[in-house]
Design a protein around this ligand. Structure first.
Ligand code: GSF
Length: 201
């Protein structure tokens, strides 16, 4: 399988962590590509009409996206401990993943608004609105963190990617200050081999 990704992408990192946690990495060729909403990558466009990463190209040529679909597909290919529960906790794990995807959507939109959009066209109310979603989302994660068990499931993988992305792209946003339990939880998971092997650059 070929994984179209970029080392800075938090959504692609979700997939790259799952690939490592499930032992599937040897079956996956990771292909790094540059992506930009204003400069569509032609090679990627031939795989994913949305021209977004991650995209997973199976050996039969079929292409899967987005990151949540790819993670569930990878989880179906191994017989070890699953990252997506199949019991009653499944729905809350998928909900937690969606909360993290929504925080990442808001953070990536802020990144594009401040890094891609020319200064003259920037809209500060838009950025403020996205940060409201990010901070509300982080408060929800902080409230849930004490109840998380040791299993690094898809929801917790999403949380690790959220916090890693904020440290990477929004280092001066002090998410830890008001959320000590979340910071304490993060100190534990950031030592995992799958997390250390996929640090954003
Ligand atoms: C979001 C992927 C995404 O926004 C998923 O895979 O979960 N719902 C999708 N990817 C970004 C890169 S990143 O910041 O992770 C992307 O491909 N942006 C290029 C573009 O044209 O928006």
């Amino acid at each position: 399988m070929r994984l179209w990704h970029n080392p800075a992408s938090p959504f692609a990192r979700k997939v790259r962590i799952v690939a490592r946690e499930t032992g599937l990495l040897p079956r996956i060729e990771e292909i790094a590509v540059m992506v930009s909403p204003v400069n569509p990558n032609a090679d990627l466009a031939a795989k994913n009409p949305l021209v977004k990463i991650p995209a997973l190209e199976a050996n039969d040529g079929k292409v899967l996206y987005d990151s949540s679909v790819i993670c569930e597909y990878l989880d179906s290919l191994h017989s070890g401990e699953h990252v997506i529960p199949s019991d009653a906790t499944r729905w809350d794990a998928l909900r937690l993943q969606s909360l993290c995807d929504g925080i990442l959507d808001a953070a990536v939109l802020c990144r594009y608004e401040t890094f891609v959009r020319p200064e003259a066209y920037r809209w500060n109310d838009w950025i403020k609105g996205q940060f409201t979603k990010i901070n509300n989302g982080l408060d929800a994660l902080a409230a849930e963190a004490p109840a998380w068990n040791a299993h690094f499931s898809i929801g917790q993988i999403g949380v690790a990617c959220v916090l890693g992305y904020l440290d990477f792209r929004f280092a001066d946003e002090n998410w830890r200050g008001p959320r000590p339990q979340l910071a304490k939880w993060y100190e534990g998971v950031r030592q995992r081999a799958s997390f250390l092997a996929t640090m954003p650059v």
